[in-house]
Design a protein around this ligand. Structure first.
Ligand code: URP
Ligand code: ZN
Length: 469
C-alpha cells in the first residue's frame, strides 16, 4: 500500500523534465514510473497533478531565526519559520549557531540544534566560528562526525568577525577534516571608514547605506578569502554575493581551479539600490546592500553560467518598529530622522524565494530546471544532504512540492505567514506577483500544505546529519 500516489504530473528536476507518476512509501520515494504505471497499487491518498509541476522540496540553507543581531532579535521561531517556509515550498532549512565570546561554537551548535527541534521542517545547523580555539582540530573533528561540517565566518561586524590568521587556521583544518568554510564577505575596515566619513559629512539618508558598503567592500573581502583558499587549496563558500565584481572574481577563481562555490539571494535579483531612496528606504536595508541594475544582470548571468550555484533568502525579519527603535525623532515633525547606520539589517524572503525565482523563469532569465537546481539540488549537494534531499529519486526522502503554474500569488505580506494576522508593518514585495506557486508541500511523505492550509506539527522535523564527500 502506497502512502501517497501523485499522478499525471510533470516532473522537473535540475536536468530533466518528464511526465511521471510518483509513489511514496513511508517517508521515501518508492516509485517513479510512466503515467498510469502505479494504477494497480492501492494508495492511502492520491493527488491528481495533471497540469502541475512536481519538484523536489526547496532547501533554505541561509536564514537567521532566533538570531540576536545589533542588540535586538528577529520575529520568528523555528515553528513559525517552518510554516512560512512550507508555504513557499521549503521542506528543509538550515540556520547558524549563535556563537559568541561567552558561548563557544560547540555549545552554540548544541543549543541551536535543540532550538531547531521545534521545527516542522527538516533542519541542519552551520557552526559559526568567531575565533580559532586551542582545541580547534578536536572541535572540527567532532563537528564533522556530528554531521555539521559547513561552517560560517564573518569578515565584518566587530564581535563576530574573525581575524584573518584564524580564518587560515580554520580553513586548513577544515580542509583536512572534510569541512567547508563559508563566508559573509564584506570588508569591515572599508565599511567603518566610509560610514564614519559619510556620517560626519551629514550624509545620513538611507540611500547612503550603499555608499558606505560599495561594491569594492564586498570584492575586497571576496578576493582575500579566495586568496586564502588558493593558498591552502581549501574549499570555500560565499554567502549572499551581490556585486558584478564578486561574481567575476569567483568565475576567474573557478577557472584557476580554486574550489569555490557561491550564492546570491532573491532580493538582489529583484531590487536595486533605488529602493533605498526616500522614507521607506529603511525597509530595504540588508547586508550586503542592494546594488545597481548592472550588478543584478551580472548575478543572473552568474546563475546561468554556474558561477553562482545557489539562490537563498538570508531571511531575518525585524518589524519596522524594531528597525526604527534607535532612531532620533524630529521634534517638529515627530518623524524618525533617517540614519543609515542605526537600524538593524535584514529582510523577509524565506516564503517569497520560490516566487522571486519563478518571476525569473517567467521573465525568461532562467529555466525551470535551473530554478530547481539553485533552490533545491545545489543546496543539498553543497551542504551535504544529497541525495537524501534535493532530488526526486527512488530512495530519496519524499520531499516534494507540487506547483500550479497557473496560480498567481501576490507576494504581499497579507498573503505571507510571518505574523499570525499578516501584519508585518512593511511590505517590500507587495508589487510582485509570482505566476506559479506551490499548492502542495510534502515533507518525508507528510503533507504540510494543501489547499492553502498548513498541517505541519511542531517538533516533527528531523535533524539532518550532513556530510561532505
Ligand atoms: O542583513 C542581513 N543580511 N542580515 C542578516 C545577517 C547577515 O548579515 O547575514
Ligand atoms: Zn550574512
Amino acid at each position: 500500500m502506497l502512502k501517497l500516489l501523485i499522478k499525471n504530473g510533470t516532473v522537473i528536476t535540475a536536468n530533466e523534465t518528464y511526465k511521471a507518476d510518483i509513489g511514496v512509501t513511508d517517508e521515501h520515494i518508492s516509485h517513479i514510473v510512466e503515467p498510469g504505471g502505479l494504477d494497480n497499487l492501492a494508495a492511502e491518498k492520491v493527488i491528481d497533478a495533471e497540469g502541475k509541476y512536481i519538484m523536489p522540496g526547496f532547501i533554505e540553507p541561509h536564514m537567521h531565526v532566533k538570531a540576536p543581531f545589533s542588540g535586538t532579535i528577529d520575529i520568528l521561531d523555528f515553528y513559525s519559520a517552518s510554516k512560512c517556509g512550507a508555504f513557499g515550498g521549503v521542506t528543509t532549512f538550515m540556520d547558524f549557531s549563535t556563537t559568541t565570546q561567552d558561548t563557544p561554537v560547540m555549545q552554540a551548535v548544541a543549543e541551536r540544534i535543540e532550538e531547531m527541534s521545534e521545527a516542522a521542517l527538516d533542519y541542519s545547523v552551520h557552526p559559526k566560528f568567531i575565533k580559532a580555539s586551542d582545541h580547534l582540530r578536536e572541535d572540527i573533528k567532532k563537528l564533522v562526525a556530528d554531521g555539521v561540517p559547513t561552517f560560517k565566518m564573518f569578515t565584518i561586524y566587530p564581535g563576530v568577525m574573525i581575524p584573518d590568521e584564524d580564518i587560515l587556521k580554520i580553513m586548513e583544518i577544515a580542509k583536512e577534516e572534510g569541512a567547508l568554510c563559508g563566508f559573509h564577505a564584506e570588508s569591515n575596515d572599508i565599511a567603518q571608514f566610509l560610514k564614519n566619513k559619510l556620517l560626519s559629512g551629514g550624509k545620513t539618508d538611507w540611500e547612503y547605506f550603499n555608499e558606505a558598503k560599495p561594491n569594492i567592500c564586498e570584492a575586497e573581502a571576496v578576493n582575500r578569502i579566495l586568496s586564502f583558499a588558493e593558498l591552502l587549496d581549501a574549499p570555500v563558500y560565499f554567502y549572499h554575493l551581490s556585486t558584478k565584481e564578486a561574481v567575476e572574481l569567483v568565475r576567474q577563481a573557478k577557472k584557476r581551479g580554486v574550489k569555490v562555490q557561491a550564492e546570491t539571494c532573491g532580493h538582489y535579483l529583484v531590487f536595486t539600490r533605488n529602493e533605498n531612496k526616500g522614507k521607506d528606504g529603511i525597509n530595504y536595508l540588508m547586508s550586503p546592500p542592494l546594488r545597481s541594475q548592472e550588478d543584478q544582470d551580472a548575478l543572473w548571468e552568474g546563475i546561468n553560467d554556474g558561477t553562482l550555484s545557489l539562490v537563498t533568502s538570508d531571511n531575518e525579519i525585524f518589524t519596522r518598529k524594531i528597525k526604527e527603535k534607535d532612531l532620533e525623532t524630529d521634534p517638529v515633525t515627530g518623524e524618525k530622522i533617517p540614519n543609515f547606520a542605526t537600524p538593524v539589517n535584514g529582510i523577509p524572503g524565506l516564503e517569497e524565494r520560490f516566487g522571486l525565482l519563478m518571476r525569473g523563469v517567467n521573465a525568461g532569465k532562467i529555466s525551470l530546471n535551473k530554478l530547481v537546481e539553485v533552490g533545491s539540488t545545489n543546496p543539498a549537494k553543497v551542504f551535504g544532504c544529497y541525495p537524501e534531499k534535493g532530488c526526486l529519486a527512488v530512495g530519496s526522502d519524499a520531499d516534494i512540492i507540487i506547483v500550479d503554474p497557473e496560480k498567481v500569488m501576490s507576494l504581499t505580506q497579507k498573503n505571507m505567514h510571518y505574523t499570525e494576522d499578516g501584519s508585518l508593518d512593511y511590505d517590500i514585495y507587495k508589487d510582485m506577483e509570482s505566476k506559479g506557486w506551490p499548492v502542495y508541500t510534502i515533507r518525508r511523505g507528510e503533507i504540510l500544505v494543501e489547499d492553502g492550509k498548513f498541517y505541519g506539527k511542531d517538533h516533527t522535523g528531523k535533524f539532518l546529519k550532513c556530510h561532505l564527500n
